[in-house]
Design a protein around this ligand. Structure first.
Ligand SMILES: [Zn+2]
Length: 198
């Protein structure tokens, strides 16, 4: 089972990467600015710390590609974990914790509250500090994922899928779907399952 789902995942990654140029590192190409973000002069390239870096020959502004940051929540009711099914690529149709990218200047805990409202029409409260996972299999960007524990503000509220989610559901540890999107999500959910049985 594991090897066949791994092959399937790799095939899907190949399909996605087919049209996405790769960085020399083998990760999705983060892009390189042709013009300086500060003074608009054409950028040059300099080897810094063994990597070619876009550098402005006029003002010295250097472009460093960034890992993305996402935030997700583990919301549990009656021992079941809330998951959403992705409505769009990448990994369309796969399941994951409700999650989204952290906006510039946004606290990840606020991202979680916003995403739960957008994807599941649920109001939640974050109850603790996040666990942090890193993944390289998002074809848009390598990403850190902050995974916060959260609780429903109204315990009997029903999730309603919206925005980027085509479905929401509650899953006991032994019925977590096999098709979980993203490396960080897979590891976060696997760790949650272990915590339920120890
Ligand atoms: Zn410049």
């Amino acid at each position: 089972m594991l090897s066949s789902s791994g092959r399937l995942r790799n095939m899907r990654m190949d399909a996605v990467h087919g049209s996405t140029p790769l960085d020399p590192s083998g990760l999705p190409d983060p892009g390189r600015p042709r013009f300086c973000g500060r003074c608009a002069n054409p950028m040059g390239e300099v080897n810094l710390a063994d990597r070619p870096r876009p550098v402005c020959p006029s003002c010295g502004w250097t472009y460093y590609a960034k890992n993305a940051v996402g935030a997700a929540a583990t919301v549990v009711r009656a021992g079941c974990l809330l998951l959403v099914q992705r409505a769009h690529a990448p990994y369309q149709g796969d399941w994951m914790l409700p999650a989204g990218f952290v906006e510039y200047g946004e606290d990840g805990a606020d991202t979680v509250v916003r995403e739960l409202a957008e994807e599941c029409s649920l109001v939640v409260k974050v109850t603790g500090s996040p666990l942090i996972y890193f993944g390289r299999d998002d074809p848009r960007n390598p990403s850190y994922l902050l995974v916060y524990p959260a609780v429903l503000s109204e315990p009997s509220a029903m999730p309603v899928a919206g925005d980027d989610a085509m479905a929401c559901g509650w899953f006991p540890p032994e019925e977590i779907p096999a098709n979980i999107a993203f490396e960080g999500q897979r590891r976060a959910i696997a760790d949650w399952r272990v915590r339920q049985t120890t």
